[in-house]
Design a protein around this ligand. Structure first.
Ligand code: G6D
Length: 346
């Protein structure tokens, strides 16, 4: 196993981690993000995640792609929350009145401190960021750490840790998008998807959760049997039409590392990603960028050209019953793990 590093532009670093099976994971300290996941499938190299070639391109085109998202992933309705009986108001997006992904220019745009670590089992890059009290309106000096590891079992492991010096809220995720064909001119509609979830959270026109948790049975959101993603895109189901695909929290039936909660498989079934997490929810977003789909690695990306599996506590936590709790207290440090395991034909 080997770690190398190079300049990624704009004073940022790109680390390349390669395991003994030839899988390469590239990550950058700009937004503690994943940039590349290169695997050889049936003898050919494929980059199976969306990403750009330089830090400058991320800054100019889309800072969320592959980034660590925080302090709170997803939409905080009206930018309001309560923790420890105290009410807080965050700055909101004037277009919709909500706070998305911790507010504009949050974790995804920061330069994180970084260091590498190598053990018998894994090679890792550890990113840290100190978010000061009141940054984007959130209380507490928050020390956030994200460790990305690559193992010889072909796992990309994300370990999140954080501490705060005042009661606050915290709900990070990673915004990786997979396209297992390695071809961003192809939509992910022919990929198949398994999600071990009996329920999803209904969203409104602004993609904020409404508080309703709906059974997936008899809806195109039933992925309990491995099914083509196309089943969502093709329907007139209101939850699809309103947001042009999937942009929904799925409530996982089980958590942990014994069996996957989600699996994405390429159209030819030659590569798949198994997702394991200790978080209760995966927000699935199918990259409906429409006309704004960016140029990526030399070609124009197509709308629906990727699928993000964002593990977290559901947006709406602390507001609606059954949506969980994202409070973080000084005496209870945060720790969470998500694993993406690569399976492929050699
Ligand atoms: C998220 O749910 C949101 C989307 O609505 C948003 O457009 C994207 O991040 C950037 O997953």
């Amino acid at each position: 196993m080997e770690i190398t590093q190079k300049d990624f532009g704009e004073s940022t670093i790109l680390y390349s981690l390669t395991n003994n099976n030839g899988i390469t994971l590239c990550v950058s300290n700009l937004g503690a993000r994943i940039v590349d996941l290169i695997v050889s499938v049936a003898g050919e190299k494929r980059n199976i995640v969306l990403g750009f070639d330089s830090a400058k391109e991320y800054i100019e085109k889309d800072l969320y792609i592959g980034a660590t998202v925080g302090r709170v992933a997803g939409r905080i309705i009206k930018g309001q929350f309560t923790v420890n009986d105290k009410k807080y108001q965050l700055p909101v997006d004037p277009l919709n009145g909500n706070t998305l992904h911790g507010g504009a220019k949050s974790f995804e745009s920061r330069l994180w401190k970084s260091r590498t670590e190598e053990t018998e089992e894994r090679i890792s890059v550890i990113f840290t960021y100190e978010s000061p009290d009141q940054e984007h309106g959130f209380p507490g000096n928050l020390k956030a750490e994200v460790m990305y590891s690559l193992t010889n079992e072909d796992e990309w492991i994300i370990d999140y840790q954080a501490t705060t010096d005042q009661p606050t809220i915290y709900n990070p995720t990673n915004h990786v998008y997979f396209n297992l064909t390695g071809d961003v001119t192809k939509t992910v509609d022919q990929h198949s998807l398994f999600i071990d979830a009996d329920r999803f959270a209904v969203v409104d026109e602004m993609t904020s959760v409404t508080g309703e948790l709906r059974d997936v049975t008899d809806t195109p959101f039933d992925f309990r049997n491995n099914t083509s993603i196309e089943q969502v895109f093709k329907t007139n189901y209101k939850q699809n039409v309103m947001v042009d695909g999937l942009d929904h929290p799925f409530l996982l039936n089980q958590t942990g590392f014994e069996k996957p909660q989600a699996i994405v498989t390429s159209p030819k079934s030659d590569v798949s990603i198994e997702m394991y997490t200790d978080r209760p929810v995966v927000v699935v977003f199918t990259a409906q960028f429409g006309e704004n789909s960016p140029e990526m690695r030399g070609t124009k990306m197509v709308s629906h050209g990727g699928i993000a599996l964002e593990t977290q506590v559901s947006p709406g936590a602390g507001v609606f019953d059954g949506f969980g709790d994202i409070s973080l207290y000084p005496d209870r440090p945060f720790h969470s793990r998500t694993v993406y395991k690569i399976k492929r034909s050699l």
